[in-house]
Ligand binder design. Structure first.
Ligand code: SF4
Length: 366
């Protein structure tokens, strides 16, 4: 049945009333917003939820580097342009010295956060990771912080070492690890994973591992990637599962959504528009009412990601390297001032957020 302008206005006002009074919206209402709300209406509702966590003109950023310590991987995700199979030409593993050189360069460029992201490399034992992370902690102390692996890699290394997730989390913690982030989630539906990454663990396994990480006292985050062939229902299911996990554990410090880069991948395709990305960010901010920090992706959207601040985001990265997305078409600018000026022109006052200082990531710096 087609909706009249009057019925659309009534429905929007009902949903807006719920959001404004702090009530939670459900999946049907999120679907309705996506299909019917204007950009301006989504921005308005996202600003309401953002305002519960952050001052209107505030936003934060980090200068960071993703360190792709190995590109050898057996998972064979069809959206990945980065990996090499074991024994294939071009495969590599970084040494401690390689990693230290990258960390030294990060510090020299004013950054203090490194995120480790590689592949499911069957030749790397648990000791490779523990020795590497312990060496970083010994050499740099609290001068920088590092996100040690994504949950997907954590699951692989635990299985490969024949350890339970809790036992593997403890081993990494003993090596100085404080964070294991929510990467490797892409779209958290079993159907999506069966279509594109059947060797990359089920959704149930993903959350089982993340729960073990939280229970071990490690910090973690939520992520999402859009722009493959996922349906609106799959996006909503991802958000629903994420919100539920946060209700149950409270362990998610932030939520980062970025967009799929299709170049040189097996599935190919074309990128979604920035306009679609921004609308999605707003929907995430409205729906994930229990996650304090919503992050916009400069890595995949360049300076256009700053527009996300008007769609509910409050934080963004200034990355200096990520081979995974760069292989698939991402471009990186080291002209940080130029990017920060986009935020200033929109009326925001960007402040550096030092994860290395151990602050809860949702506390805005004075
Ligand atoms: S996305 Fe990650 S897990 Fe999948 S093939 Fe690429 S490196 Fe491997």
């Amino acid at each position: 049945m087609s909706q009249t302008a009057a019925s659309i206005a009534t429905m929007f006002s009902e949903i807006a009333g719920k959001v404004t009074e702090g009530s939670r919206i459900g999946r049907d209402e999120a679907r309705w917003l996506w299909n019917n709300a204007s950009d301006e209406e989504l921005r308005l509702l996202a600003a309401v939820v953002r305002g519960r966590f952050h001052a209107p003109a505030s936003c934060t950023y980090m200068v960071m580097r993703i360190i792709n310590y190995t590109n050898v991987c057996v998972a064979q995700c069809d959206y990945c342009a980065f990996y090499r199979l074991p024994g294939q030409e071009g495969g590599y593993v970084l040494s401690h010295e390689d990693v230290f050189a990258k960390l030294d360069e990060l510090l020299a460029l004013g950054g203090d956060l490194a995120a480790f992201n590689g592949g499911f490399n069957p030749h790397l034992p648990l000791s490779y990771y523990c020795e590497l992370f312990a060496a970083i902690r010994a050499r740099y102390g609290d001068a920088l912080e590092f996100y040690a692996l994504t949950i997907a890699e954590f699951m692989y290394l635990a299985d490969h070492a024949k350890l339970s997730y809790p036992a593997a989390a403890e081993r990494l913690k003993d090596a100085g690890v404080r964070w294991i982030t929510g990467g490797g989630s892409e779209i958290l539906t079993e159907e999506f994973r069966a279509r594109h990454s059947k060797f990359k663990y089920t959704v149930a396994q993903y959350f089982e591992a993340q729960r073990a990480i939280v229970e071990a006292g490690l910090k973690t985050t939520a992520t999402m990637v859009i722009g493959f062939d996922e349906s609106l229902e799959e996006r909503l299911e991802h958000l629903e599962r994420t919100r539920l996990f946060q209700d149950e554990t409270g362990g998610l410090a932030s939520f980062l959504c970025w967009t799929f880069k299709p170049y040189f991948t097996q599935i190919g395709g074309i990128e979604i528009t920035t306009a679609e990305y921004l609308r999605h960010l707003a929907l995430c901010r409205i729906y994930l009412d229990n996650i304090p920090r919503i992050r916009s992706s400069v890595l995949t959207q360049n300076e256009q990601a700053l527009g996300g601040l008007n769609y509910g985001a409050d934080d963004f990265d200034l990355p200096i390297e990520d081979e995974v997305t760069q292989k698939a078409g991402a471009t990186i600018s080291l002209d940080f001032e130029r990017i920060l000026n986009y935020a200033r022109e929109l009326g925001y006052t960007p402040k550096y957020r030092h994860v290395s200082l151990g602050q809860p990531p949702w506390v805005d710096e004075a």
